[in-house]
Design a protein around this ligand. Structure first.
Ligand code: ASP
Length: 668
């Protein structure tokens, strides 16, 4: 603890004998306490109903002076046997430890209870002596003069202190998650999440007549999409699958006449170790009948505006919209971060008559293109090693050369391409890119999609680099929502580009003006699929669905080469009077992560899994005995060494995950 606070307490100790004390304010307590309070909760909820306390630690003010109160909380600090700071989820309050002989037992209890023990105190709200107030602490004008105290539970030595400023590895936080959650930041994140969900329910059910319906977690394998977890059953050879989303069920509910469905749905995807993914995650899942794309977009804009936290800048709707083709062309990705410029610009025309051979060759190819991005102040903020890293990244990830062009040329920074450029090519580039002297252009030539994706990645990498050097590009208080629309219905499969897979999922309807192409050139069909992007992250996606059984069967069987038997129940349902319908799912974890500004989605999930899908607290997944497996008719190949992980190996697990997470924008 910083010295001033200690001094303050010593002075407080002396004040009754030595006159007024020095004014000191412990800044830390103020910020912790401030973050704990969520605006709406205070106004609308009775936080003290049914329990033994009369008040929360965070709610007392000068207006409570003279009141007899009972508080329960954890001991956060103790100073010189004179003061305790008691903490609950709502804030911190200072408690004066009685010094009189008559209160010796209370003093002993409060002085001896280890930090983080749980105590109940009863006493009177008194004002702090003049000059001793702490304006940074919401309860800083008052303190509690204790009369009685009870130790509700003592705390053993903790693996880390419950203070937000204490640095701890993520693995340790996960191992002792229940302690990590005691911190004010995690309390804030999860309480804000709960409030947003409550507002969403209110908006959907109370204002718009949606029905909240739960759908099964034990289901069967579905074609396409992410890999599913399988669950053994007692019938030999038969398995359930955990649903990757309630997609089929919500469509079946439309057939059933529940024409406005929603669910806060737990979904499961066995995607292995991917940064910023969780094997189990939560969606705000929505489906409606008799709706078009615009209707769904309006609903979601209203939903987000209604549930948006009061302590953030209000949202402006409608959100802007961009086609998939534009997004790829200008930002090199289908989830553009539109908070800053550095857009991709096609400069092919400047080089139509170039003498530079490799550029000529590229432009002769059917998909050949030359594109650039402009790094503002790149010459000033980025170093040679940064440009080396950029070039290496391009080669190793895209097998593609990228050339930095310095506009203010010092000999040492001239790239080979700069030397080859004709003066008129250079000035055409400068004027097209509106480049300033200190800017650097990154130029690359090649196949259209590759060039766009590479520059899209470099745009984000360079933004990170510039920000790391102090340039402000993205204001953390700003939220840029964007609809991305008109996706292709199918994309070539990564592993075999001659085959097609759904860009969204196989139930997505073709764009009405492209239906004829479905049967002739399916790769050219646009879809009625829309994604919602926030600050460069996809936070939702959905589509208008195929409600015609024949068309659905054609897509599954002929275009996607899926086994239609697996979906016979859905195909049959579509034939029994299925209304036209569509929907969307918002990724709740990612949304809350962005809203709170948390560094990871794990920071907005109470009990998340590690990068490798482990629960580091309970050690799940874990071995089960042969007897437990017996009913499932499966054979398990057990590894030879079955010793449990100790905390050291656990720490290695998340640390190595962090190494992957940090530089991996390219991989997400
Ligand atoms: N079920 C879809 C998904 O999880 C969302 C939707 O189309 O409604 O991505």
């Amino acid at each position: 603890m910083p010295l001033p606070w200690g001094l303050c307490l010593v002075n407080r100790m002396c004040r009754s004998w030595a006159g007024p004390a020095r004014k000191t304010t412990p800044p830390l307590l103020g910020c912790c306490a401030r973050r704990l309070t969520l605006s709406t909760q205070k106004r609308t909820s009775d936080l003290n109903s049914f329990v033994v306390r009369t008040n929360t630690c965070g709610e007392l003010r000068s207006s409570h002076l003279g009141q007899e109160v009972t508080l329960c909380g954890w001991i956060q600090y103790r100073r010189q046997s004179l003061f305790l700071v008691l903490r609950d989820f709502h804030g911190l309050i200072q408690v004066v430890i009685p010094q009189d002989e008559s209160a010796a037992s209370v003093k002993k209890l409060l002085c001896e209870a280890p930090l983080e023990s749980v105590v109940q105190v009863t006493g009177t709200v008194i004002s702090r002596p003049p000059g001793q107030e702490n304006p940074k602490m919401p309860t800083g004008e008052i303190e509690i003069e204790v009369k009685t105290a009870e130790l509700l539970n003592s705390c053993k030595k903790l693996p880390f202190e419950i203070k937000d400023f204490m640095k701890k590895t993520e693995a340790l936080r996960m191992k002792y998650r229940y302690l990590d959650l005691r911190g004010s930041q995690m309390q804030y994140n999860l309480r804000l999440r709960s409030q947003m969900v409550m507002k969403m329910r209110e908006y959907l059910c109370n204002l718009h007549g949606f029905v909240d319906i739960e759908t099964p977690t034990l289901f069967k394998k579905t074609p396409g999409g992410a890999k599913e977890f399988v669950v053994p059953s007692r019938e030999p050879g038969k398995f359930y699958s955990l649903p990757q989303s309630p997609q089929q069920f919500k469509q079946l509910l439309m057939v059933a006449g529940f024409d406005r469905y929603f669910q806060i749905a737990r979904c499961y995807r066995d995607e292995g170790s991917k940064p910023e993914r969780q094997p189990e995650f939560t969606q705000v899942d929505i489906e409606m009948s008799f709706i078009d794309q615009t209707g769904i977009q309006k609903l979601i804009e209203g939903l987000l505006q209604y549930s948006w936290p009061k302590d953030k800048n209000p949202l402006t709707i409608p959100f802007p919209s961009m086609t998939y083709t534009e997004a790829l062309d200008i930002y090199g990705t289908d989830k553009p971060d539109t908070r800053f410029g550095m857009k991709i610009v096609d400069v092919s025309d400047i080089f139509r008559n170039t003498a530079i051979e490799f550029l000529q060759d590229v432009l002769k190819e059917p998909q050949g293109t030359i594109k650039t991005i402009c790094i503002p102040g790149g010459a000033k903020y980025l170093q040679s090693k940064d440009f080396e890293a950029i070039k290496k990244f391009a080669v190793s990830n895209f097998n593609q050369e990228v050339s930095p062009l310095f506009l203010k040329t010092s000999e040492s920074r001239k790239s080979p391409l700069t030397k080859l450029l004709k003066e008129e090519e250079k000035s055409a580039l400068v004027s097209l890119m509106k480049a300033q002297e200190e800017d650097v252009l990154l130029l690359t030539a090649g196949e259209y999609k590759k060039v766009c994706s590479l520059l899209g990645k470099l745009r984000l990498e360079c933004a990170d680099l510039l920000e790391a050097r102090g340039v402000v590009l993205r204001d953390p208080a700003v939220f840029h929502f964007l609809w991305v629309v008109e996706f292709p219905l199918f994309l070539p499969k990564e592993e075999d580009p001659t085959e097609l897979e759904s860009a969204h999922h196989p139930f997505t309807a073709p764009h009405p003006s492209d239906i004829h192409l479905l049967y002739t050139e399916p790769e050219k069909v646009r879809s009625q699929h829309y994604d919602l992007v926030l600050n460069g992250s996809e936070i939702g996606g959905g589509s208008i669905r195929i409600h015609n059984a024949e068309q659905q069967q054609y897509v599954l069987e002929t275009v996607l080469k899926e086994d239609v038997k697996l979906l016979s129940h859905l195909l049959q349902a579509l034939d029994f009077g299925a209304p036209p319908h569509g929907g969307i799912a918002l990724g709740l974890d990612r949304l809350v992560c962005l809203v709170t500004g948390a560094p990871s989605i794990r920071d907005v999930i109470a009990f998340p899994k590690s990068f490798r899908g482990h629960d580091l607290m309970s050690n799940a997944p874990d071995y089960v005995s042969s007897e437990d497996i017996e009913p499932y008719h499966i054979q398990v190949k057990r590894p030879e060494v079955t010793d449990r992980k100790d905390i050291k190996s656990v720490i290695c697990e998340t640390e190595s995950s962090q190494q992957l997470v940090l530089p991996s924008r390219a991989k997400t």
